[in-house]
Design a protein around this ligand. Structure first.
Ligand SMILES: [Zn+2]
Length: 153
């Protein structure tokens, strides 16, 4: 796993299980721009992982830490501060609902989701757009149907 460490994380609250994955789109066109942004302490933002268009996966923050990716947020079940109990994954994509998510990227995402699910009791896979508060604040990842990744019950 490639590493481009970000300083933009906090400790997780003790005793809280990680049961949620939040999917994002970078808006940046390249992996390099995304990594630079996450490495900058002034940006105050990072996910745990970024998946490039070609399927390259980069880790920025350990899963044991709370990365700054969801911002003000609320789950459908009412829980807030989603960063505390989630893992954030960024997909390199312009987020204009036109830029496609290549098969290599979606396949690498699927593998990553599976790996994370072996380490944490993942019950929810949501988009940033679905949980950002107030509603409408975020649109990412635009053009991606999250239902294809949701745990089958
Ligand atoms: Zn986002």
């Amino acid at each position: 796993m490639l590493r481009r460490d970000s300083p933009n994380f906090d400790a997780r609250p003790p005793g809280l299980a990680v049961d949620t994955i939040v999917l994002h789109a970078t808006v940046f066109d390249t992996l390099e721009e995304t990594c630079s942004h996450f490495e900058n302490p002034e940006s105050q933002v990072s996910t745990h992982y970024t998946v490039d268009r070609d399927g390259t996966v980069v880790q920025h923050v350990d899963e044991s830490r709370s990365a700054f990716h969801a911002g003000v947020s609320r789950m459908p079940d009412g829980r807030e501060k989603v960063n505390d109990f989630s893992i954030g994954i960024e997909l390199v994509n312009l987020n204009d609902a036109i830029d496609p998510y290549p098969m290599e990227q979606l396949s690498a995402l699927e593998t990553l989701l599976h790996q994370i699910s072996t380490r944490h009791p993942i019950a929810n896979i949501v988009t940033h757009a679905e949980i950002a508060q107030p509603p409408g604040r975020k649109t990412d990842p635009a053009g991606l149907d999250p239902s294809q990744f949701r745990p089958k019950r």
